[in-house]
Design a protein around this ligand. Structure first.
Ligand code: GLP
Length: 246
């Protein structure tokens, strides 16, 4: 894994946005895997700025988001779809037909997961997958467990994860869905390149274990060690437990 460390979250966001820009210049019709949460906010801010300045063209690109809550629809203020509309989609020239999202209110959620997996395959797979990391080491919504699912699947969210997501539901834990849909570990690992972002000392322990620890289903991010093209974009806090050469 290649590790890049930045002084501020804005610097980190600029670097990840530049990485996305490079990808789209090399391959204008790239398939991008997108993440939500607080960590990518600076990246999306910079991508909006780059687009407004005419520095990046999303029109031939395709996107797939990693995950979505079950039981709430796209218009719900806590949905990841709404987050993406506000933070990126409404401000750039992505073709609406090439924006892909899991539908958390589909009639049959298992069929919905199969549909999504097939659509990713049909698009030729993901070229560049952006990831955040949960405080418990989850990626997407692949929660630590005895086993992990390879393909897109339904997930029971851990209490910690629900608490971490409560802000988007007015801070009211009882309003945070208990279930979600997520790309699986195999779906993520099939991406041609992966960028994992982490900000803050709160993430330092799981970042260190993901990089140096054993590969274990108890820390889903540790499976990234099996991938040949992973870059970590960290701030000082998140990188603070990684031993760097003097
Ligand atoms: C959620 C998302 C993850 C994200 C994580 C971290 O659980 N499903 O994809 O990486 O939050 O969020 P944050 O960046 O706010 O710490």
């Amino acid at each position: 894994m290649r590790v890049h460390v930045f002084e501020t979250s804005d610097d980190l966001g600029r670097a990840v946005a530049a990485r996305v820009g490079d990808e789209l210049r090399r391959n204008p019709s790239a398939v991008l895997g997108l993440a939500t949460g607080g960590t990518p906010l600076a990246t999306y801010g910079e991508l909006r700025r780059m687009h407004a300045a005419g520095l990046i063209d999303f029109s031939p690109a395709t996107t797939f988001n990693l995950d979505e809550f079950a039981g709430i629809d796209a218009s719900h203020s806590g949905s990841f779809r709404r987050y993406m509309d506000v933070k990126l989609f409404d401000s750039v020239n992505l073709d609406a037909h090439r924006i892909h999202f899991l539908n958390g209110v589909a009639d049959d959620l298992d069929v919905e997961c199969e549909r999504y997996e097939k659509e990713i395959e049909h698009a030729g797979g993901i070229d560049l997958q952006m990831l955040g990391i949960g405080a418990n080491g989850h990626i997407g919504f692949n929660e630590p467990d005895e086993t992990l699912a390879a393909r897109t699947h339904r997930v029971q969210l851990h209490d910690q994860t629900r608490r971490d997501n409560a802000a988007a539901f007015g801070g009211d834990l009882s309003r945070v869905p208990t279930e979600a849909l997520s790309m699986g570990m195999g779906t993520i690992l099939k991406s041609r390149a992966i960028v994992l972002m982490a900000i803050g000392a709160r993430k330092a322990r799981c970042v260190e274990r993901a990089v140096n620890g054993p590969i274990t289903t108890r820390l889903p991010a540790s499976f990234l060690q099996l991938h040949r093209d992973v870059e970590l974009f960290l701030d000082r806090g998140a990188s603070s437990l990684l031993v760097r050469p003097a």
